[in-house]
Design a protein around this ligand. Structure first.
Ligand code: 8YV
Length: 323
């Protein structure tokens, strides 16, 4: 067969891997910084054999049908794949790939950064300087909380949860509680962690860091009830998915000082409008979903995503498959 495969890449990606892709197929790359709308995506996927997609692209059965029967692989540029209807893909014989492992360290580093930033008012204090409001030094100004020897609660002890725990247990001597679908012997041995129910974790932890995948079971896992169980001195960190935390409940808790602070790399929606109560809260640090944003991590994600696409087009097993 002489006809080349046709693929759509829905954003510009860093690194050299698109060159490899161009050697084996026709590639169209969405050129804008703003993602394609649903309408544009529907127009662009028609007739494609492969898609390299982002979290901002909703890839459901309808979109796969619009693409056509020749579609054989969807390669997601992320470890999380909640934007893809995996069952719909399976039904249609479409394989789905993701980019695990290579962003574990970068995301764990950012979780720790958010934990410290939220604990020490890094953003509002820094802004005070920028805005010319640094008038004096106050013994009672900007008092924060310290992590040393406190209790860390990791919600979801997967790769990123484990890497975050390692940093904070090893570096700051934190005691570790965690929730997980399975008992993790190595975590108990290496880090002295104790697997507990979520309620216990929330009640006993000084710092709670969320690392579960977004599924029907974890949507709104950290709701008003859950936040209500947390200590008034505790800090909540979320680098997983915005939908796992009930944002109205979080705003309410921060306003009432029912928890100390929050650090979020993920929100609902993304981008979060600047007039949102969470953005306005002096007790909340929000970053624009940059967990995996390092040169090392994003270049490696590009490599895996392109490897997945090339393998899928050739009908071979993907380097990292979720189907
Ligand atoms: C993505 C992410 O890189 O991997 C994930 O699951 O959330 C991020 O690393 C980013 O959202 C681009 O899709």
């Amino acid at each position: 067969e002489t006809m080349k495969h046709s693929v759509l890449v829905t954003r510009q990606i860093p690194g050299e891997s698109l060159k490899r892709l161009r050697e084996v197929c026709e590639v169209e790359v969405w050129p804008e910084a703003i993602p394609p709308s649903r309408e544009e995506l529907c127009r662009l996927v028609k007739g494609r054999h492969g898609l390299l997609t982002m979290l901002s692209d909703r890839i459901d059965g309808e979109l796969m049908d619009v693409a056509g029967e020749q579609l054989c692989v969807v390669s997601n540029y992320a470890v999380g794949f909640n934007n893809i209807d995996v069952d719909a893909a399976k039904t249609r014989g479409v394989v789905v790939g993701n980019t695990p492992d290579v962003l574990t360290d970068a995301t764990a580093d950012l979780a720790v950064s958010l934990l410290f930033a939220a604990s020490r008012h890094v953003l509002p204090a820094g802004n005070q300087v920028r805005e010319g409001e640094w008038k004096t030094w106050e013994p009672t100004g900007w008092l924060g909380v310290e992590p040393s020897d406190k209790t860390l609660g990791i919600v979801g002890m997967g790769r990123i949860g484990k890497a975050t725990a390692k940093r904070l247990v090893g570096g700051w001597g934190m005691n570790l509680l965690y929730t997980s679908r399975s008992d993790q012997g190595d975590v108990e041995k290496e880090l002295g962690g104790r697997r507990v129910e979520l309620d216990t974790l929330l009640a006993e932890s000084d710092f709670v860091s969320v690392h579960v995948a977004l599924t029907d079971e974890t949507r709104n896992l950290i709701d008003a009830d859950a936040i209500g169980k947390m200590k008034s001195t505790s800090v909540l960190v979320n680098t997983a998915r915005g939908e796992i935390v009930d944002q109205d409940a979080l705003v309410d808790a921060l306003n009432r000082r029912a928890i100390f602070a929050a650090g979020l790399d993920v929100t609902t929606p993304e981008p979060l409008p600047a007039d949102h109560a969470l953005v306005k809260s002096p007790h909340c640090v929000i970053l624009p979903h940059i967990g995996s944003a390092t040169h090392t991590s994003r270049n490696a994600m590009s490599e895996i995503a392109v490897d997945n696409l090339i393998a899928g087009l050739a009908g071979k097993p993907l380097r990292c498959s979720v189907t």
